[in-house]
Design a protein around this ligand. Structure first.
Ligand code: OGA
Ligand code: MN
Length: 295
């Protein structure tokens, strides 16, 4: 297995290894897992991309999420990102499906709005538009390490509130449905996720974050905006241009990502599996200690 660096200080392509190798071989899984902890984004090219194999590969890393209400694939282990409506045609730009794609184009990390956040997401491309439709990544670990020491310490001791309805409201007010709002109450997470594998911390934020615990709303929002800007500074991203047979996985604890636009009339179909974070991944230290909770 070869590890070929791809991005500015993070992201790597794993060569000479298939999804099936990782799914079936403990030593290969251990090597892929080590590369994941270090590089945060892993690209596999030329893969045979089928649902069962993607899920078997994904399960190696932990328990798969069950897709939430309101997403295509609800109740299964797959999230379908699609621009094709029930009639088999590409939806118009004002369709709910298109607006949800637009929300995915805000910088975010997956599942920070869930009771159990995600360790990793695994995404495969099934239909790729001729132009655009890339996925862009930044390292929130490298961003954290660029901050000065006093700000790092402040963030390590701060907690932010994340809400799915908040990120959706940036596209249109009612994009999150009443069912989604009921199923996904706001969650509070430490603003730095320390990876137990090596102790390095990363800014943990997303388009879902709207407030900082114990801070005035405006001051909290300002801190979130500043840290989002620091994490997504120009020149620090890796842009993944999809080719048929690509599978990309990322560490939701240490990166943010966003989809990039593509011509509205073109189809795009992606399939995602998502693995929940467990105690071994450091999730317990992310929760607000109950003595600090205001509500
Ligand atoms: C995702 C996501 C972006 C894209 O699958 O979680 O944000 O480019 N995808 O499809
Ligand atoms: Mn995402």
């Amino acid at each position: 297995m070869d590890v070929a660096p791809l991005g500015p200080g993070f992201a790597a392509e794993l060569r000479g290894v298939t999804l099936a190798d990782v799914a079936s071989d403990d030593a290969i899984y251990a090597a892929a897992r080590a590369a994941f902890e270090e590089h945060s984004v892993l690209v596999f090219r030329g893969q045979e991309v089928i649902d069962e194999l993607q899920l078997a590969f994904s399960r190696r890393f932990g328990p798969p999420e069950v897709t939430k209400v309101g997403s295509q694939g609800t109740g299964t282990h797959f999230v379908i990102l699609n621009t094709i409506g029930p009639d088999g045609k590409v939806v118009p730009p004002d369709h709910r499906i298109a607006l949800r794609n637009k929300a995915n184009q805000l910088w975010h990390t997956d599942s920070s709005f869930k009771r159990v956040p995600a360790l990793t997401s695994i995404l495969s491309a099934r239909i790729i538009p001729a132009r655009g439709g890339e996925t862009e990544f930044v390292s929130t670990r490298l961003a954290f390490e660029r901050l000065d020491a006093s700000l790092r310490e402040k963030l390590e001791n701060s907690f932010a509130w994340h809400d799915y309805a908040h990120s959706r409201s940036q596209i249109t007010a009612d994009l999150a449905s009443p069912e989604e709002r009921a199923a996904l109450p706001p969650q509070c997470w430490r603003m730095v996720w320390k990876n137990p594998a090596h102790g390095r911390g990363a800014i943990y934020l997303a388009s879902h974050a709207y407030a900082v615990e114990g801070m005035e709303p405006a001051a909290g929002k300002k801190l979130i905006d500043e840290m989002m800007a620091a994490a997504t500074a120009p020149g620090t991203s890796y842009l993944h241009q999809w080719r048929s047979g690509d599978v990309v996985m990322w560490d939701n604890r240490a990166t943010m990502h966003r989809g990039r636009p593509w011509p509205a009339h073109e189809a795009r179909l992606m399939v995602r599996t998502t693995i929940s974070a467990t105690e071994a991944d450091g999730v317990d230290s992310m929760r607000l200690p109950s003595s600090q909770a205001a509500e």
